[in-house]
Design a protein around this ligand. Structure first.
Ligand code: GLA
Length: 432
């Protein structure tokens, strides 16, 4: 269990209060408000860090990723097999399924689209993607946006061509194609760092920061707004410096996979990071596996809930050609999405951990809070010993509650609220 600075020990239980409003209904009284590194100022990949820090500039600049980006990415299901046709099919299905209108607008091509460079050094897409500009036009014609992937190293993680020494040229090519989102994955740049600063971890980190800033500036130079997504698995506490290199989101962990243990481990490990997230700059615990692998319905709901509580980017990763109605219902649950996308832009945090039972809370606009009661354990939990800890969330007495997954108003509830939560399941409430 992670023990952060906002921890309180109460009778053998551990209460986590970092990042939550403490004190009745008071906005802005939370402990652990944004640090200097993670300014609350919206930051865009199209704005230099210093310029974006001035309110005058911020007012006239479009805010890229004002709420956590939503969309779809090819990696979790298609991995190295993804083709132009898969992207077009996905674009069609995002529209026909209602996902686009629910907010999933970015269609992101992950690794393995890259071909060789031409004689001028310009990157070409490979035979799986015959015409990237035409693909972008198609995706845009559906009211969607197109994302792409590269690495600051010589090669991507799947050993395709990376952007090293071609940063400006690649950003310009992406802009020419009509790309709206770049995931920039460290991969082989780790080897470059080690070679250039052997046995010097601080020197290696400096090289990493510079590599990410270099692509940031290359994007700025294109003049095209692009969401800038850092992927270096959380190294060197990226949440502390991500905004300074123009990141709109940064991966906080290693790769997710479609099983409950890995997904829940990643989600739970985000406790304590809330203060680093905000409009324009988000912690990214990796893309969704909802609908993938053998996740049960409860596990899929837990996954969606945890990511919504974390104000995490909601980047679906399932095969939409075979999406079951119950999976569509989870991904498109309007109230869960609204929690993730809440305009306040505050990431939730853990309030209580009592073994496998955890309570997390996320501040929402107008003083409401999302409250998730998770059962990460192997048998149903009746919450016998635990109350809701409403006081720690800033509520003095009874609250009005709505059960999101049940779609039911519960009326008034008190701190003594009890519910049975299935194995690997969750109850998600909005209280006010
Ligand atoms: C890394 C990333 C993944 C994916 C693959 C592609 O592992 O963390 O999300 O992009 O590379 O090769």
């Amino acid at each position: 269990m992670r023990v952060g600075s906002g921890m309180m020990r109460v009778g053998g239980l551990v209460l986590f209060v970092a990042g939550l409003a403490v004190g009745a209904g008071a906005q802005g009284t939370q402990k652990g408000a944004a640090s200097g590194a993670a300014s609350t100022q919206p930051r865009t990949a199209g704005a230099r860090p210093t310029a974006a820090a001035t309110p005058r500039n911020a007012a006239i600049q479009p805010v890229v990723a004002a709420t956590p980006p939503m969309g779809w990415n090819s990696w979790n299901y298609f991995a190295g097999k993804v083709t132009d046709k898969d992207i077009r099919d996905t674009a069609d299905l995002l529209v026909s399924s209602g996902m686009r209108d629910a907010g999933y607008v970015y269609v992101n091509i992950d690794d393995t689209w890259e071909g060789k460079r031409d004689t001028d050094g310009k990157i070409q897409s490979n035979e799986k993607f015959p015409d990237m500009k035409a693909l972008a036009d198609y995706v845009h014609s559906k009211g969607l946006k197109l994302g792409i992937y590269s690495s600051p190293g010589p090669q991507t993680c799947a050993r395709y061509e990376g952007s090293l020494n071609h940063e400006e040229q690649d950003a310009a090519t992406y802009a020419e194609w009509g790309i709206d989102y770049l995931k920039y994955d460290l991969c082989s740049y780790g080897g470059v760092m080690k070679a250039q600063a052997p046995n010097d971890p601080a020197g290696q980190n400096k090289l990493m920061h510079e590599a990410y800033e270099k692509m940031h500036q290359a994007i700025v130079k294109t003049g095209r707004p692009m969401v800038y997504s850092l992927c270096q698995y959380g190294m060197d506490s990226v949440w502390e410096w991500g905004p300074q290199v123009g990141a709109n989101l940064w991966r906080t962990t290693g790769d997710i996979s479609a099983n409950f243990d890995r997904m829940s481990l990643i989600g739970r490990s985000q406790a304590g990071l809330a203060k680093f997230a905000g409009p324009g700059h988000w912690n990214d615990p990796d893309m969704l596996e909802v609908g993938n692998g053998r996740l049960t319905l409860d596990e899929n709901m837990t996954h969606m809930t945890l990511w919504a509580m974390l104000a995490a980017p909601l980047i679906a990763g399932n095969n939409l050609t075979e999406m079951k109605p119950e999976i569509a219902a989870i991904l498109m649950n309007k109230e869960a999405i609204a929690i993730d996308q809440d305009a306040l832009g505050r990431q939730g945090d853990r309030v209580l951990a009592d073994g496998p039972l955890e309570i997390w809370a996320k501040p929402l606009k107008n003083g409401a809070k999302a409250v998730a009661i998770f059962n990460f354990g192997e048998s149903p939990s009746e919450m016998r010993k635990d109350n809701l800890h409403l006081k720690e969330m800033g509520f003095a007495g009874a609250v009005t509650a709505r059960d999101v997954w049940a779609g039911k108003d519960l009326g008034k509830i008190t701190d003594a609220y009890k519910v049975t939560i299935p194995k690997h399941g969750v109850v998600l409430l909005v209280v006010r």
